[in-house]
Design a protein around this ligand. Structure first.
Ligand code: UDP
Length: 320
């Protein structure tokens, strides 16, 4: 099969590209290197069956041609990272909404299967954990920029489901829960690369808020495994599917574990949310996936624990 991966030079996209190539598939990457990086695909650039195009999905003639050449489209190109979203809300909304709109429009012309990358962020500040795919989404007010990300991704989901219902375009919507692993950059605010970098540099590890908020982190290889299984599963079409890890940790415990596993003497520093992001910033207290659906559909189970992830990321930063 030949896959088009928008955002293929991003963190998840680069792992997906590599795994597809390993399994004998061909890969076309379309990436504008906004948050992605050529370094992410440097090791696969010369491989047979791999082509990459440094451009945006807004180049519609190119997008249409690449879709035409592909059997499946993984639409991963998006503005991601809470820090980026809070700092550049116009860019976030336009990129996420318009990008998905053009991908779906052109995929529909050829009725190519599209996988839309969504996020657990859409559950917002709901406290009804674990989050099931049919749970209510609880977003904060529009004056708080953070929620623009969830809302833009929710629109993407609505639009994809509408294409499926009205025009029979096969789509699969996946909601990722804090996908992490080596090569993820801390530049856009993601917590694990930031904590590891701070711990190794002997700098204070910055825990935002009171550190009692929790997350469940998923290794990128578990996510990629699920993506490949889902595109071969007819029951996934027209569905919204959580992909995550049930192992939950508070951010304070995460900081302590990073410190321990990296043998760091860094102090842990609590930073108020207002200082870390923007005044009045709202975080979600817990974020845990219900994985019943993905488990029933493809026999999904997470293979990597939080410690596996941290050891790998620490090792990655030590080699840099
Ligand atoms: N966080 C933190 N220190 C940092 C970066 C993030 O305490 O240097 C917190 C952040 O406020 C959130 C959690 O870690 O509660 C996860 O943040 P991330 O941006 O990785 O993902 P999110 O779940 O917010 O999308």
């Amino acid at each position: 099969m030949r896959a088009l991966i928008t955002g293929g030079a991003g963190f998840i996209g680069s792992y997906l590209s590599e795994t597809l190539l390993d399994e004998g598939h061909e890969v076309l990457v379309l990436d504008n290197l906004s948050t992605g990086s050529i370094d992410n695909i440097a090791h696969i650039k010369g491989r047979r069956g791999f082509e990459y195009f440094i451009d945006t999905v807004n180049n519609e003639p190119l997008l249409a041609e690449l879709i035409d050449r592909s059997d499946v489209v993984f639409h991963l190109a998006a503005a991601v990272g809470v820090k980026l979203i809070v700092e550049q809300p116009v860019y976030t909304i336009e990129t996420n909404v318009h990008g998905t709109e053009v991908v779906l429009k052109h995929a529909n012309k050829k009725k190519k299967l599209v996988v839309i990358a969504s996020t657990s962020e859409v559950y917002g500040k709901s406290e009804d954990v674990p989050f099931r795919e049919d749970s209510d989404l609880v977003l904060g007010p529009t004056r708080k920029h953070r929620w623009a990300y969830a809302c833009s991704k929710a629109i993407d989901e609505f639009l994809a489901l509408a294409y499926w219902k009205e025009r029979k375009l096969p789509v699969i919507i996946v909601r990722f829960f804090n996908t992490v692993g080596p090569r993820q950059t801390g530049q856009y605010g993601m917590v694990i690369p930031n904590f590891v970098r701070q711990a190794l540099a002997g700098e204070p590890i910055t825990v935002f808020g009171d550190g009692q908020q929790s997350r469940s982190f998923t290794h990128v290889s578990d996510v990629v495994w699920a993506l490949l299984k889902l595109v071969d599963e007819p029951r996934a079409i027209g569905e919204v599917i959580n992909i995550g890890n049930k192992q939950e940790t508070t951010i304070l415990k995460l900081a302590e574990r990073v410190r321990e596993l990296s043998s760091s003497k860094s102090p842990i520093k609590m930073v108020p949310y207002d200082e870390a992001y923007e005044s009045g910033f709202e975080d979600m207290p817990r974020r845990v996936p219900d994985l019943t659906k993905v488990t029933a559909m493809i026999g999904y189970e997470t293979k990597k624990t939080l410690d596996d992830i941290l050891v790998q990321v620490i090792d990655h930063f030590r080699r840099k």
